[in-house]
Ligand binder design. Structure first.
Ligand code: PMP
Length: 426
């Protein structure tokens, strides 16, 4: 597929945009080559600047669960724009949004809207610390919660966090403990050692930033019990999984009630939106009711709320997630069969409409180390072989993929057929 215009734009972009992109993974650094510049998106398809069409399994990294530019979402956005782009004052649509979110996620008594997933997790951590009067937090290796200083950490010796980026002071990560995902025993040890100092455990209930790693049967339940025993706040980061793995999120799917939940992606229907919320007793500590400060000029923006609400209403239709899950299973079954037919060691993971592809001979991938042991070079070759056939996968072996309601059976079949050719090459 010729991508001359994309390549030209990428060269031009690098003059005034660091790395030519406004978010690092877009630059194709891990898969190599030049990123695709897109022009138009409709349903399951993306169209690039050279007029090529792709079946999209990124969905803007999750939000586009209905497919791109769903007519009812576009209509809602246009209607909202006509009334005013931003008020910086309360609007009815924010009340409607809060009611809807708390209805879909019964663990949430109250919710505050923000503008990104990063803001949601940053605020949830501050609130948990303010509420408990404690400083330490537990996070898991391979889980990403946005580029919040205290969460941008790597596991150091003794699991104490060391900065994951220059610019993050050691003092800021000193209170972050980084533990192994899907390993409840290490969490129990950390609580035994530091219990009275631990404000919160933050976890992606299905890890979607180290490829896609669903939780082991008892992992989330163990986190719930340990937080209860030690008076710590359990935060489910459902920025990716919320409204994606099930209408009620991962907390609904696995039937575990967190104290706080962070949301993003689908809740904005493609507009920049995040949210955090949970138990009333905790949320009441937030300004203006309580002393924990948090604010936003554009928070609850009416255009963004309109896109999000229209999306939430459409995905609330009976059977929506069942159909999405079934379609995703069909895709993964087809890919696995194609890989094995070509003798490629390959396995997949799935939670609802979210999936992972692993080039490994292990049958199940549960830990960060398992993900790191996969053949990422082989993934990179597979990625490019798919891209050249008009299939757009996430440009990294460490990202989850997403199916939308707009993907047709024919799109899935086309993808599987392309994969068979790609597996033969890699
Ligand atoms: N939490 C999770 C689980 C995420 O996947 C992401 C983004 N991929 C974030 C937080 C950060 O969200 P944002 O990029 O909107 O800041």
């Amino acid at each position: 597929m010729p991508r001359k215009h994309s390549e030209q734009l990428f060269r031009q972009a690098q003059t005034h945009i660091p790395g030519g992109v406004n978010s690092p993974v877009r630059a194709f650094k891990s898969v190599g080559g030049s990123p695709v510049f897109f022009h138009t998106a409709r349903g399951a398809y993306l169209h690039d600047e050279d007029g090529n069409r792709y079946i999209d399994y990124v969905g803007s990294w999750g939000p586009m669960i209905l497919g791109h530019n769903h007519p009812q979402v576009i209509e809602a956005v246009q209607a909202a724009v006509n009334e005013g782009m931003s008020f910086g004052a309360p609007t009815a649509v924010e009340v409607e949004m809060a009611d809807k979110v708390c209805e879909l996620l019964p663990s949430m008594d109250m919710v505050r809207m923000v503008n990104s997933g990063t803001e949601a997790t940053m605020s949830a951590i501050r609130l948990a610390r303010g509420y408990t009067g404690r400083n330490k937090i537990i996070k898991f290796e391979g889980c990403y919660h946005g580029h919040v200083d205290s969460l941008l950490v790597k596991a150091g010796s003794g699991a104490m966090g060391i900065p994951g980026s220059p610019g993050v002071p050691e003092a800021v990560t000193a209170d972050t403990l980084v533990l192994d995902y899907n390993n409840a025993a290490t969490v129990a040890e950390a609580f035994a050692q530091h219990g009275p100092e631990i404000a919160a455990v933050i976890v992606e209930p299905v890890a979607g930033n180290m490829n896609c790693v669903p939780p082991n049967a008892s992992f989330l339940q163990a986190l719930r019990e340990l937080c209860d025993q030690h008076g710590a706040v359990l935060i489910f980061d459902e920025v990716m999984t919320g409204f994606r793995v099930a209408l009620g999120g991962a907390q609904g799917l696995y039937d575990i009630t967190p104290d706080l939940t962070t949301l993003g992606k689908i809740i904005g229907g493609g507009m920049p939106v995040g949210a955090f919320g949970g138990k009333k007793a905790i949320m009441e500590h937030l300004a203006p009711l309580g002393p924990v400060y948090q604010a936003g000029t554009l928070s609850g923006n009416p255009v963004a709320m309109a896109a999000g609400l229209a999306t939430l209403n459409l995905i609330s239709e009976a059977g929506f997630h069942e159909a999405l899950t079934e379609k995703t299973t069909r895709l993964l079954d087809g890919l696995t069969e194609a890989a094995h037919a070509e003798g490629v060691a390959f396995t997949t993971a799935q939670a609802g409409g979210m999936f992972g592809l692993f080039f490994t001979d292990q049958s199940r991938v549960s830990h960060f180390a398992d993900v790191m042991a996969c053949d990422s070079e082989r993934f990179n070759r597979f990625f490019h072989a798919m891209l050249d056939q008009g299939i757009y996968l996430a440009p990294s072996a460490f990202e989850a993929g997403f199916v939308s309601a707009a993907h047709s059976d024919e799109d899935i079949d086309t993808t599987i057929a392309a994969a068979r050719k790609a597996f033969a090459k890699v």
